[in-house]
Ligand binder design. Structure first.
Ligand SMILES: [Zn+2]
Ligand SMILES: [Zn+2]
Length: 304
């Protein structure tokens, strides 16, 4: 299977701790890199992943709280120092625009690459962009400021060539790509060998959803239906449910309920409040509702 890896660079909430950094993830889908949120320390954590900066094409920001955007100045500046030439696309609620302009105007005047800002409508569920490998959809969330998550759906790949059949019919190399793309093969006597006999089905299509920060919302489970891996914020335990409501967050149990309603395959918890010395209480409360739950940690690599 082609790579579809999520690298967790930060999974804490507003207050950094000795164990957690603010929100940031990098998605590697077939070698193309997307960043999800850009909390403080993002560029330092990135260094530890060994991923190539040049392959970062898009940064998707959920909302304009500092724990999701304070890493942008350093990251944008460093990519300039490293000689980046390729354009970078930053998607975020409109409120990020002045902050980004300030970064570019006051700290990054001499960049050799362009930074394009795209405002995201946080009220609507829509296809934000697509390329040959993926579709990226928005997921309206409910927080104290305009906020949206992102759903990344892999596009179907090409079927696999059955080497033994290619050898059997002595099919030349130049025909392989055509057969992969759907062509049949005609033998010298005019017999048609169907494409299906020469190939095995493409890999299954995978999907990943990133939902931070949000209170439970009625529509979210519908948009997340059948997702392979769901990252959902779980800032608080049951005992702090009043705080979750007050600050527009979810408890681990609420995250698990969303996962259960949506019928996702696996739930990844993150955005942990600094009050917890470890996440065992959050994991336990989530697992009571949705057993296939894991907790994120800095340096984690996980695939849908
Ligand atoms: Zn946050
Ligand atoms: Zn927030």
């Amino acid at each position: 299977m082609q790579p579809f890896n999520i690298h967790v660079l930060g999974c804490g909430s507003a207050l950094p701790t000795r164990r957690h950094l603010p929100s940031c993830q990098v998605v590697d889908l077939r070698g193309k890199l997307l960043m999800l949120d850009c909390g403080e320390g993002a560029q330092l954590s990135w260094r530890r992943t060994g991923l190539n900066w040049q392959n970062l094409q898009h940064i998707l920001i959920t909302h304009t709280h500092g724990d999701h955007v304070f890493g942008l100045p350093g990251l944008i500046s460093t990519m300039g120092l490293l000689g980046r030439k390729a354009p970078l696309f930053v998607y975020a609620p409109e409120a990020l625009h002045p902050f980004l302009e300030c970064i570019l105007r006051d700290f990054c005047r001499d960049l050799d690459y362009e930074v394009h800002f795209k405002a995201v409508d946080t009220q609507a569920h829509f296809l934000l962009f697509e390329d040959r490998s993926m579709e990226v959809w928005t997921l309206p969330l409910s927080h104290r400021v305009p906020c949206c998550g992102y759903l990344i759906k892999e596009k179907a790949g090409l079927p696999h060539i059955r080497r033994e059949m290619i050898d059997f019919y002595n099919i030349p190399l130049w025909a392989i790509n055509k057969i992969k793309a759907g062509a049949d093969w005609e033998l010298d006597d005019g017999t048609i060998v169907p494409h299906e006999h020469l190939t095995s089905p493409a890999d299954r299509i995978r999907s990943y959803a990133y939902c931070s920060d949000t209170m439970p919302t009625s529509m979210l489970a519908e948009w997340l239906a059948g997702v392979d891996l769901l990252y959902h914020e779980a800032t608080y335990a049951d005992t702090e449910s009043m705080l979750a409501e007050k600050y527009g967050h979810s408890t681990a149990r609420q995250a698990a309920l969303t996962a259960q309603r949506a019928g996702v395959k696996k739930l990844l918890l993150g955005h942990f409040s600094s009050r917890y010395d470890d996440e065992s209480v959050l994991l336990r409360e989530a697992c009571e509702v949705f057993p296939d739950t894991v907790v994120a940690y800095e340096g984690m690599r996980i695939s849908p």
